[in-house]
Ligand binder design. Structure first.
Ligand SMILES: CC(C)(COP(=O)(O)OP(=O)(O)OC[C@H]1O[C@@H](n2cnc3c(N)ncnc32)[C@H](O)[C@@H]1OP(=O)(O)O)[C@@H](O)C(=O)NCCC(=O)NCCS
Length: 165
């Protein structure tokens, strides 16, 4: 009789502030994940200006990251990425949830983000978290040929629990 396949256990992850030392690992994931990746300088600028920059780790390994700006009551998710080897295990959802809680703790009442309409995985994640499309930014993204529009998504943070760290 065949044995039942073993279920892979979800990895033990931690979420902590990104530091300058994390940037090379973050950029390696960024380059492997996007056709038009952010440069190392953009991540360093995000740290310098005090955006909410977090990494997801498994042990000492950085396996994902998120960047969020806050101001005027609005949180803006600028980047959310999980290393391909760790996708589809609920890590992107946990990281986004963390960032939204953090935004609420900082007094933000709404969250916004832009996403390529072709990015089905991300759109499903955002919709399942309650984000709704509120607009389109024409020609927002670089594309292989010409430019690609961005869908603008919004979520109310009112009534969310707050995360202090
Ligand atoms: C988008 C991304 C962060 C999702 O991270 P993840 O850890 O794989 O996502 P999760 O496992 O938490 O999945 C959460 C939900 O997203 C959706 N989803 C994730 N991957 C999906 C896929 N390949 N196809 C369809 N839906 C998917 C599902 O709704 C899923 O919920 P479910 O597991 O209950 O079905 C990840 O795919 C990624 O890093 N992509 C490259 C970078 C990127 O495009 N970032 C977003 C820029 S706007």
């Amino acid at each position: 009789m065949a044995t039942a396949p073993e279920l892979a256990a979800a990895p033990e992850i931690a979420i902590r502030p990104m530091t300058e030392h994390d940037v090379p690992a973050v950029v390696a994931i960024e380059r492997a994940s996007y056709q038009f990746p952010w440069s190392e300088g953009i991540f360093r600028d995000c740290l310098r200006v005090g955006y909410v920059c977090r990494v997801v780790t498994v042990g000492d390994e950085v396996i994902g990251y998120g960047v969020m700006s806050t101001g005027a009551g609005e949180a803006h998710i600028l980047n959310l990425c999980v290393s391909s080897a760790y996708r589809c295990q609920g890590i992107g959802r946990r990281l986004l949830d963390y960032l939204l809680d953090r935004g609420a703790a900082m007094g933000m009442t709404e969250a916004f983000l832009e996403v390529r309409p072709s990015n089905t995985a991300a759109i499903r994640l955002y919709q399942s978290m309650g984000f709704e499309q509120v607009g389109v930014r024409r020609g927002y993204y670089q594309a292989t040929v010409g430019r690609e529009d961005a869908a603008v998504l919004k979520l109310s943070l009112r009534g969310r629990r707050s995360r202090e760290s």
